[in-house]
Ligand binder design. Structure first.
Ligand code: IVH
Length: 707
């Protein structure tokens, strides 16, 4: 199992409370944070800090049971202030936490000891990072929404009915019951909420959970913001008929959730991390690990995994404490969000002249690594988020994703924060900046970063010119021999010999490598151009679709949109880019660089397009219509192929290459040490082949793969 144990433990080591003063202070801080969180969703402590504090309080209370304060968050149902006056028919409990596989096993064993038999089946589900809510349905009609409040009474937030996706106004059957679950903002909803909020002069929400909390309680907003509900439980109401009540209380939890979903309520069933039932603790651990690994891909936040005894008999035998049920536990995942300070913003010029801001942060440890930088998309994004230097910002990082700033924590502002200065001239070359688009760009475009753009063109996945590393490119540019990458093809032996550290052998080798590069397929030549909005995979799609550079250049935006993955905006950008690159392309053609894609046929006129597509599809090859993912190290005849070359091979053989396994994946090529992608494909029942079997399948296309 992935070692969540150590990384979690490292982050959540309990705060050490030395004496009763430290204890009282900690209780005060925790109570304040919890009250603020339950009231508005805004807390000055991130989850990790809160957990650490509460566990420190717990440890102190264990050692000093006679000093336990009435204010302590450990003794209360919800750990927060009482809010609201609608009594819950059955208390809305919280969950106890475990932080490691070992603690999970100890908990499961103690539960089994308590009920005197093994738990027959467990439900393992995502712990959704939002707010608990009770939705009351009377005869199938949604009548009331109530927050958890202090667990025994909550606040009536029925005004939010209609803005919560997943809670239908009417159920599929006219039943009376209460559905309980979590209201949250998906990442998209959070972005939309902050756009709407800042457009109306409000401060942005720091993170999706704060967004959901604030939005749920807000009445009479001028703008509408949506949230999403995920049901995780249901119970009868006093007016439920007996048959229905029996159905709800006697079913296994998994069956109950199926019933709730059949009634039309949204649950986590349709997500990547759908609840599963398993029978052993080892299986729970495996699923915990899977859900943890899937976390970065989810379009909503989770902060753990909830494990529940599935059968009603096991649950009632276990019973509940005053704060939490004994039949369920939350396995907390490491926090992926931390509050830190925005120290400054750096402006970096990319290969195509784009000037991109990057946030410099006070280093903060998130999920096992130190984060010192985060992406900021463009100046408009900075303005929209109302970020200022010195701000406390909520930073999110999960798995391999690039850390991002969610938003400033506006209520922590002191007034000393400073506006972020935007550059007035290109930070690379001092030229003017073209600010007409959202992404700012040096007016010199690619020429601003000549070395970077020539090195990119010569790179392994583009023209693959051996011996032409960055140092050599710098030399060529500084000697005035190269002003764009077409100049590479005009270099003479004498010119190269005149450079430092260029002997006869290296010169001849470089010239030979440049000559070889002239014959690369169009997809690579196109990629070498560095057209904005197109990378390796898009370049292959364009080259295969149009077959020749002439056809690509002749294409208007409409024709470009026929390429899979090109929409209106990208089509317009590519057309503009190709016009800008016109002279360079002409010169490449003149120097004899190949401008055709082997095996591809140009599209017929639009009017004949459907017929032509049919012909192309008929000839496409053994992977026709298949989406193929390659993972792990290739062996045998495929051993030397880079991932890019494998993807090229897939596409030559008629398939579509993709980097992640999903329901749409038709085939996984799994090499040595294939990890989570293989596991996911196995779960999804996707066809899996090894490198040798795959090589046989695409044998006819193999010889061209490394071209
Ligand atoms: S079961 C009595 N299931 O986590 C059982 N809770 O930290 C309590 N939560 O108050 C709830 N996802 O707001 C349950 N799949 C899930 C959950 C979940 C998120 C929340 C819920 C609860 C809190 C405890």
């Amino acid at each position: 199992m992935r070692d969540m144990t150590t990384s979690t433990a490292a982050h959540t080591a309990a705060a050490v409370l030395a004496d009763s003063t430290a204890y009282a202070e900690a209780v005060g801080t925790a109570a304040k944070a919890a009250a603020a969180y339950y009231a508005t969703g805004e807390s000055s402590l991130d989850d990790d800090a809160y957990d650490r504090l509460v566990r420190g309080i717990e440890a102190y209370e264990q050692a000093h049971p006679d000093e336990v304060s009435a204010e302590s968050p450990t003794g209360k149902v919800a750990g927060g202030a009482a809010v609201g006056d609608v009594p819950h028919t059955v208390p809305m409990l919280s969950l106890d936490n475990v932080f490691s596989a070992e603690q999970l096993r100890t908990w499961a064993a103690s539960l089994e000891r308590r009920i005197g038999r093994p738990v027959e089946r467990w439900s393992v589900e995502p712990k959704l990072d939002g707010l608990a809510i009770a939705a009351r349905y009377e005869e199938g009609r949604l009548t009331r929404l109530i927050t958890r409040g202090d667990g025994s009474a909550g606040e009536d937030v029925s005004h939010a009915i209609g803005t919560v996706i997943g809670l239908p106004d009417h159920l599929a059957e006219p039943v009376t019951l209460e559905v309980r679950g979590e209201v949250l903002m998906t990442n998209d909803q959070f972005e939309q909420a902050n756009t709407a909020r800042t457009a109306h002069g409000g401060a942005p929400f720091a993170n999706p959970r704060n967004g959901a909390a604030g939005t749920l309680r807000a009445k009479d907003r001028e703008y509408r913001v949506e949230m999403t509900f995920f049901g995780y439980g249901a119970l009868p109401l006093p007016d439920s008929d007996t048959a229905c009540a029996g159905q709800l209380t006697d079913r296994p939890h998994s069956g109950l959730m199926e019933y709730v979903a059949d009634l039309g309520v949204h649950t986590a069933a349709a997500t990547l991390v759908a609840p599963r039932t398993v029978t052993t603790v080892e299986d729970i651990e495996a699923r915990v690990e899977e859900i943890g690994a899937l976390r970065p891909q989810l379009p909503f936040g989770i902060d753990g995994i909830v494990i529940k005894a599935d059968l009603a008999a096991d649950r009632s035998a276990a019973g509940s404490g005053s704060r939490a049920p004994r039949w369920a536990i939350a396995y907390k995942l490491p926090a992926v969000e931390k509050v830190t300070t925005l120290l400054g913003v750096e402006w970096n010029v990319g290969r195509t002249g784009i000037i991109a801001p990057r946030a410099v942060l006070a280093p903060v440890e998130i999920d096992g690594s130190t984060v010192g930088y985060a992406t900021l998309h463009n100046p408009a994004d900075i303005t929209r988020r109302d970020l200022r230097i010195g701000d406390h910002v909520m930073v999110y990082k999960a798995g391999d994703i690039i850390p991002r700033i969610e938003a400033p924590v506006a209520h922590l502002r002191t007034g000393d924060e400073k506006p972020i200065p935007f550059p007035e001239a290109c930070p690379q070359c001092g030229s003017e900046i073209d600010t007409s688009e959202q992404r700012w760009r040096c007016v010199r475009g690619r020429n601003c970063r000549l070395v970077a753009s020539v090195s990119y063109a010569a790179g392994r996945d583009q023209l693959d010119i051996e011996g032409l590393g960055v140092t050599r490119v710098v030399q060529l540019v500084e000697a005035g021999l190269v002003g764009d990458f077409a100049d590479l093809f005009a270099l003479t032996r004498e010119q190269l010999l005149g450079l430092d550290r260029m002997g006869e052998t290296s010169t001849d080798n470089l010239l030979a490598a440049i000559e070889t590069a002239k014959a690369r397929p169009l997809s690579r030549v196109f990629c070498a151009l560095g057209v904005r909005g197109t990378g390796r995979s898009m370049s292959r799609r364009i080259a295969r679709h149009f077959a020749t550079m002439e056809h690509i250049r002749a294409a208007d935006a409409e024709a470009l949109q026929r390429v899979d993955g090109i929409g209106v905006e990208k089509a317009a950008l590519v057309v503009a880019e190709l016009a800008e690159l016109g002279t360079l392309i002409d010169r490449l053609v003149e120097t004899g660089v190949n401008m055709t894609e082997p095996g591809a046929t140009p599209p017929a006129d639009a009017s004949e397009k459907d017929a032509a597509d049919a012909v192309v599809a008929g000839n496409a090859g053994p992977l026709d219509g298949m989406t193929v993912v390659v993972t792990g190290a290739m062996t045998g005849v495929l051993e030397k192929l880079s991932r890019n070359q494998m993807n090229e091979l897939v596409e030559r053989a008629g398939g579509k290459s993709s980097s992640s396994v999903s329901q749409r994946t038709s085939l996984l090529v799994a090499g040595e040490n294939a990890g989570s992608k293989r596991e996911k494909a196995e779960q999804l029942g996707t066809r899996i082949v090894g490198p040798d079997e795959f090589a046989e399948l695409v044998a006819d296309f193999l010889d061209r793969a490394a071209a």
